[in-house]
Design a protein around this ligand. Structure first.
Ligand code: NAD
Ligand code: TYD
Length: 357
């Protein structure tokens, strides 16, 4: 079958990537969606069980740091668009193991850019009809004061963690390929995502799972840090819109205008889980355990996504209360998914991570 487009999503077996793959496979049956993923601890093909047999879906087990493999995949599948999500994504892991973050996020992005450049420059039409869409984070902008405004597309980069430093570096390489070689690239910087299929080392799924099991909820520092939360399907919709309508060379911030102090968010999660489990109100509040703060813990992230609204008409579709309710229900209804990845190796890793806190 001839496809209208061949779009490669990297990191499609991860949290956000799986939502992007599902959206594209279902919405664009005339486009082939190639999910390229190394299947690290964070990659899980069970996230895509519902679409794995779709005729326009292909999974390739691959490593973005392997330049030869990226060259081969670009040619074999005639890739004309890339939505690049593959990355190491957890700040706490980056503090323990920064080298892996530099290798995957910086060198991996560079290898992918290079493979795309070689492929597209070798074609008679060159870069026409091509796009390299790099998915990044608001964390590259650094930290805001409590009353310090919002991150705009023009905010100066000021990353603090090895994770955000590696993502910032990859963003610079993406822009360098645009400015130097004329490659059509764009960058999106999004705030914290939440929703189904998030690996339970991140705050929201970790806490839902711990409440369910009656385990302590490790709140870093005083729980006063602020994050701006966006439901993952709203992020996927924004990526779809920007991939199709965004301007090459541009940057788009994506956020929910939805700031929460960690401790307030945690109380909402506790309340929701207790209600859905039939526990009396306040039942799990005693699980809150204040632990040593994360090193270099950024105080506040908050995104100004007015450009995306004004230029492309995107807005978050879900109210936060609705999104949290859906999310908690999903994790409670999908306990086998959670149990499988919180057993064995991951469990041992997790225990090591938190030893001594
Ligand atoms: P995730 O950790 O859930 O998934 C990452 C995926 O990348 C996994 O499937 C993993 O197997 C794959 N991967 C890792 N190394 C690879 C390699 N060398 N080659 C190929 N695949 C590899 O991450 P996520 O939370 O879904 O985030 C996806 C992207 O979005 C990342 O680039 C992240 O920086 C960015 N982002 C995330 C958030 C968030 O709140 N989660 C917010 C803004 C931006
Ligand atoms: P996280 O989900 O790791 O995302 P990020 O660090 O990329 O924002 O953490 C969200 C917030 O929750 C962050 O301020 C750190 C805090 N946090 C805790 O207090 N306890 C935890 O166990 C985790 C994982 C995070």
């Amino acid at each position: 079958m001839d496809f209208k487009r061949n779009i490669m999503v990297t990191g499609g077996a991860g949290f956000i990537g799986s939502h992007v793959v599902r959206l594209f496979v279902n919405k664009y049956p005339d486009c082939r969606v190639v999910n390229l993923d190394k299947l690290t601890y964070a990659g899980n093909l069970a996230n895509l069980a519902d679409i794995e047999r779709a005729p326009n879906y292909v999974f390739v087990k691959g490593d973005i740091t392997d330049l030869d493999q990226m060259r081969q995949v670009m040619a074999e599948y005639e890739i004309d668009g890339i939505i690049h999500l593959a990355a190491e994504s957890h700040v706490d892991r980056s503090i323990k193991d920064p080298m892996t973050f530099a290798r995957t996020n910086v060198l991996g992005t560079l290898a992918l850019l290079q493979a795309a450049r070689e492929r597209w420059e070798s074609l008679p039409e060159g870069y026409e009809g091509k796009l390299f869409h790099h998915v990044s984070t608001d964390e590259v902008y650094g930290a805001l004061e409590m009353d310090g405004g919002l991150f705009e597309e023009t905010t100066k980069y000021n990353p603090h963690s090895p994770y955000s430093a590696s993502k910032a570096s990859s963003d610079h390489f993406v822009r360098a390929y645009h400015d130097t070689y004329g490659m059509p690239t764009l960058v999106t910087n999004c705030s914290n995502n939440y929703g189904p299929y998030q690996f339970p080392e991140k705050l929201i799924p970790l806490f839902i799972n711990n409440i369910r099991q009656g385990k302590p909820l490790p709140v870093y520092g005083k729980g006063e840090n602020v994050r701006d939360w966006l439901y993952v399907e709203d992020h996927a919709r924004a990526l779809d819109l920007i991939f199709h309508k965004g301007k090459a060379g541009d940057t788009y911030n994506i956020g929910g205008f939805n700031e929460w102090r960690n401790i307030d968010l945690i109380k909402v999660i506790i309340k929701t889980v207790d209600r859905l489990l039939g526990n009396p109100e306040g039942h799990s509040l005693g699980l809150i355990t204040y632990v040593t703060d994360r090193a270099g813990h950024d105080l506040r992230y908050a995104i100004d996504s007015r450009k995306l609204k004004n230029e492309l008409g995107w807005e978050p579709s879900l109210q936060f209360e609705e999104g949290i309710e859906k999310t908690v229900r999903w994790y409670l209804d999908n306990q086998p998914w959670l149990d499988r990845i919180t057993s064995g190796d991951y469990q041992r890793y997790y225990e090591e991570m938190y030893r001594g806190r």
